[in-house]
Design a protein around this ligand. Sequence first.
Ligand code: NCD
Ligand code: ZN
Length: 344
Amino acid sequence: MKTLTLTRPDDWHLHLRDGALLAQAAPFSACRFGRALVMPNLKPPVTTVAAALAYRDRILKAVPPDCGFTPYFSLYLTENTAPAEIARAAAEPCVLGFKLYPAGATTHSDAGVRRLEAVYPLLEAMEELGVVLQVHGEVTDPDIDIFDREAVFIERELVPLRRRFPDLKIVLEHVTTAEGVAFVQQSPPQVAATITPQHLRYNRNALLAGGIRPHYYCLPVLKREKHRQALLAAATSGSPKFFLGTDSAPHPRPAKENACGCAGCFTAPLALEMYAEVFEHAGALDRLEDFASGFGADFYGLPRNREKVRLLRKSWEVPQTLGGEIPLVPLRAGETLPWRLHDA
Ligand code: NCD
Ligand code: ZN
């Protein structure tokens, strides 16, 4: 059987939730990935180092202790973030940055930033202290078509922001467009992007053709094929600016299969396998390890993991639902995947 040995991967964009959902979802990530950058869009949002440290305790209680999983945090940037919080974040090793959510852009983003100018002093402090800005790159202007919101955000907000704060470290989270890829490629090395498995594997037909499939709905929404091609080229290019971030974002089944369904794909149980599938299909399996286990750690100035994991070319079926009391439907439920993580 064909096998692929990789340095244990990390997930640089992950939603772990809280309470019962955290307990149910977290083990899927913790047993696969060595580290993760955990997103702060809880209710209430994780806006301070103190809140992140308390959240870390809850996460560590929710994961099997023998997994050797280390969570890192992105704090939720608001117009009311205290300047002193930037300094506290810079001094706390488990906090890797602040997340910019344009208000209203996605799940639990109402506490986000309405006017970018309002956070300029905070961005200046981050630039000075080397604190990374993780960006949800979509405008929320209702006049802008949802498929154009990333490209318009780049043009209206991100390009001017980069000019104003040239040394600020930026990660364009879950990049989904050719424009996003070009922006990152044309920027200096302190600008990078994460790429999800669903945006590498699917275009918007998966969501909308032949019936509406709510488990394929996430934000930013799946785009046209030409954008998927641009993402695939970037991920398999060997450029250290593009690295793994699953954006695994579980919602209870009734919240997904709903007349107004929530955005977010639950991919943690199959994400690594999906990346292997797309890299293999692109003839780039030899580039998977840097993308999944190298470039993200390098970007954040952390050592690469030392443990190894093994992927087997052994097909398996993704379960219809996963978990216990809260029904969770993974992406690709009932489908067969060609790669499987050994001992998962
Ligand atoms: C995320 C969630 O559910 O928290 N949803 C999503 O569609 N990606 C939020 C986010 O990252 O935008
Ligand atoms: Zn996300």
